[in-house]
Design a protein around this ligand. Structure first.
Ligand code: PXP
Length: 248
């Protein structure tokens, strides 16, 4: 169910990197389920995982276990491939976020090019919709992509905040922030629900959380990195606090 627009910004905690550490030794530790529980105790409103085609971190069994065990919604990031769509239809997470995927990338590098791929994507969106999961798409903050998403019936979009997060000076950051604000206002005027994420951290999350119409942020790396020093529950609580303060 999509929450009401007056509710506070939700925090989705991406725990892929807990699985990255586990996969480094191929054993069972650290446990993705335990990490998810700690994130929820710290205030995560949902848990996000990306089942990559190369299974470099999250495994199929993790997604099944999280769906069974979690008492908050599970958001599954997936490439728009037949294999991933079939897994998503079987697991039926609360939401599915379509992301672009290149095997060689370290992390998701850019948004999904819905404008170019629209014909193929429309069927995937319909299939996931029919499975009862809320479909979102991870896109760059560009009007052409926002319009393309609306055209194929996507109701939720997650804007890629990577360029804003990586901006190396104030002028560049302001420029990226303005681009995001314009894309968000266009998306809202088309009736789309807006999420955002990628590269957000404890320093740069405030300005993003202040943007009217952002309903959800998905954050992974910064939280898991901070958790090494203070523990996951505290790292999530601190991020949640910054988001809610800025969202006042
Ligand atoms: N949203 C999407 C769609 C992503 O692919 C990722 C990275 O997995 C994130 C959010 C979280 O990015 P980060 O780990 O940089 O916070």
């Amino acid at each position: 169910m999509i929450p009401n627009a007056n509710e506070p910004v939700r925090l989705g905690v991406n725990i892929d990197h807990v699985a990255t550490v586990r996969q480094a030794r191929g054993g069972l530790s650290p446990s993705v389920s335990e990490a998810a529980n700690l994130a929820v105790r710290g205030g995560a409103d949902l848990i996000t995982v990306h089942l990559r085609e190369d299974r470099r971190h999250i495994q199929d069994s993790d997604v099944y276990s999280l769906k069974r065990e979690l008492n908050v919604p599970l958001n599954l990031e997936l490439a728009a491939t037949a294999e991933m769509v079939s897994i998503a239809c079987d697991i039926k997470p609360a939401s599915c976020c379509l992301v672009p995927e290149r095997r060689a990338e370290i992390t998701t590098e850019g948004g999904l090019d819905i404008h170019t791929l629209s014909n193929g994507l429309e069927h995937i969106v319909e299939t996931l919709d029919a499975a009862g999961t809320t479909v979102s798409a991870f896109i760059d903050p560009k009007p052409i992509q926002v319009q393309a998403a609306a055209n194929i019936g996507i109701k939720v979009i997650e804007f890629h905040t990577g360029k804003y997060s990586l901006a190396t000076n104030a002028a560049r950051r302001a420029q990226e922030l303005n681009g995001l604000k314009e894309a968000i206002s266009m998306a809202s005027s088309l009736g789309l629900r807006v999420h955002a994420g990628h590269g957000l951290d404890y320093q740069n999350v405030g300005l993003i959380s202040q943007i009217k119409d952002i309903r959800e942020l998905n954050i992974g790396h910064a939280i898991v990195a901070r958790a090494l020093y203070v523990g996951l529950e505290k790292a999530v609580a601190l991020m949640k606090c910054l988001i809610l303060e800025a969202d006042q």
